[in-house]
Design a protein around this ligand. Structure first.
Ligand code: C5P
Length: 224
């Protein structure tokens, strides 16, 4: 039996993490935060002294990554070797590490099956960059969520402040532009909407509006 999958791809701080979580909660489906895998890999590599350009070692590490996602009180703990690194990996610097390890095709291949194994009944909402184009190409609903760089920087700024990280808005706009550039222009799995994706610009939409739009689409496609 094929499991229903909704993919939500998009650039950094497009709101896809929050939206994907809300959609998954509303539907009672599983959630895959694929960015967390790349973040954990970049973080773990740095912690144990593996250079971020050492492709062979990164592949080995990716295959045996001691990471697990644990649902607790409506939140997902990201456990690395038994330690919750959920907050640590949200830092801007770790996002940078993630986008560096993510450029290697063999590293991505090493994480592919692990990501696909999240497709379990009753369904999966998968959040990332290449969920619709590579990991779940047969998904019946693919969303590409975007927003202006300024709006995304502002969202990221508020998010970081809330978590107690320091940041400046100008630096974040710059950082977001750089990360978009790297993610969109890399040779492997570049960030782009799947041909059959629905592009949703959330610049002027609230989270609830975006979630409702996705649920409407899912309903129209008889996924619910
Ligand atoms: O989504 P998040 O910001 O957590 O992702 C961190 C980085 O991991 C991205 O900037 C991107 O380089 C990489 N990534 C990826 N493919 C995914 C998810 C994330 O290359 N499916």
């Amino acid at each position: 039996m094929t499991v229903s999958v909704i993919t939500i791809d998009g650039p950094v701080s497009s709101g896809k993490g929050t939206v994907a979580r809300e959609v998954a909660i509303k539907l009672g489906w599983h959630l895959l935060d694929s960015g967390a895998l790349y973040r954990v890999l970049g973080y773990h590599a740095t912690q144990i002294g593996v250079a971020l350009d050492d492709e062979a070692k990164l592949v080995k590490l990716a295959k045996a990554l001691p990471v697990s996602f644990v649902e607790r009180d409506g939140d997902t703990l990201v456990m690395l070797d038994g330690v919750d690194v959920g907050n640590t990996i949200r830092a801007e610097e770790v996002g940078e590490l993630a986008s560096k390890v993510a450029i290697f095709q063999p590293v991505r291949d090493a994480l592919l099956e692990r990501q696909q194994s999240f497709a379990q009944t009753p369904g999966l909402v998968a959040d990332g960059r290449d969920m619709g184009t590579v990991v779940f190409t047969a998904a019946p609903l693919k969303i590409f969520l975007t927003a202006s760089a300024e709006e995304r920087a502002l969202r990221r700024y508020n998010q970081l402040k809330e978590k107690g990280f320091s940041a400046t808005l100008a630096a974040l706009v710059e950082d977001i532009r750089n990360r978009d550039e790297r993610d969109m222009n890399r040779d492997v799995a570049p960030l782009r909407p799947a041909d059959d994706a629905l592009v949703v610009d959330s610049t002027t939409l609230s989270v609830i509006e975006v979630v409702d739009r996705i649920l409407d689409e899912a309903q129209q496609r008889s996924l619910l």
